[in-house]
Design a protein around this ligand. Structure first.
Ligand code: CA
Length: 233
């Protein structure tokens, strides 16, 4: 297998050097960008395996870059930012980031996150034929197309949302605890807290509705979530 290609977007030279040195000593290939415009250009022209993205850039906000990349690609994106508020994390995840790491960070944690996310993407790709398509009421998950559809309408989900919804679609009648979803979708090592699961589910509900689906996610107070189809209400 080829060494994964990482795009590092960071305008702060010492931080950028720390990241690229860490990557280099762990057998990753990398490209770097110091502003938003060149980040988008590098992402477009090199199609990296993963993007590590700072939010405070000189020419545009990192969240804007996430939105731009998401308009054509679902390449994994990890935000690395000094913004520590939950609301900042939610805005970035909402725009389509897959994970979030706050500064200052330990290089070992960064490596763990990169590895975990690449492994998840790899697992998603390597799904068996039985798991290739999942159906629930009026929605269909296709692993090959890496998307959920309602009829012919694609539900505009981020990678994280897609992983969460398809995970729940495997056993649609089951009630899932927050902890199970958290570890299944973000991994045990994640910094992401249960509140983010709530936010992600809220966005999934909204997007299903926008796509015209009758499927929703009901909250089971004090426990977690369950999928809910029109005929079950
Ligand atoms: Ca910065």
């Amino acid at each position: 297998m080829n060494k994964p290609l990482v795009l590092v977007v960071e305008d702060d030279t010492p931080v950028r050097n720390l990241i690229t040195t860490t990557l280099k000593t762990h057998e990753y290939r990398y490209l770097s960008a110091q502003n938003g415009a060149s980040a988008v250009m590098e992402a477009l022209s090199h199609n990296p395996d993963i993007v590590l993205l700072d939010l405070g850039l000189p020419d545009m906000d990192g969240v804007e870059i996430i939105r731009k990349i998401r308009s054509w690609s679902n390449m994994p994106i990890i935000v690395i930012s000094a913004r520590t508020e939950d609301s900042d994390k939610i805005v970035a995840l909402d725009a389509g980031a897959d994970d979030y790491l706050t500064k200052p960070f330990r290089p070992t944690i960064l490596l763990m996150k990169v590895k975990a996310l690449l492994r998840r993407v790899e697992m998603d790709r390597g799904k068996t034929a039985a798991e290739d398509e999942l159906h629930y009421v009026d929605i269909r998950y296709s692993a090959t197309e890496n998307a959920v559809f309602c009829g012919s309408t694609i539900v505009a989900l981020t990678q994280t949302e897609l992983r969460l919804l398809s995970y729940m679609m495997k056993q649609p009648e089951k009630a899932y605890s927050r902890e199970e979803l958290l570890s299944a979708v973000w991994g045990f090592d994640s910094e992401v807290e249960t509140r983010v699961t709530d936010e992600t589910l809220r966005r999934i509900r909204k997007k299903l509705l926008q796509a015209g689906s009758t499927v929703s996610v009901s909250t089971i107070w004090g426990f977690g979530y369950k999928l809910k189809g029109a005929e079950c209400t």
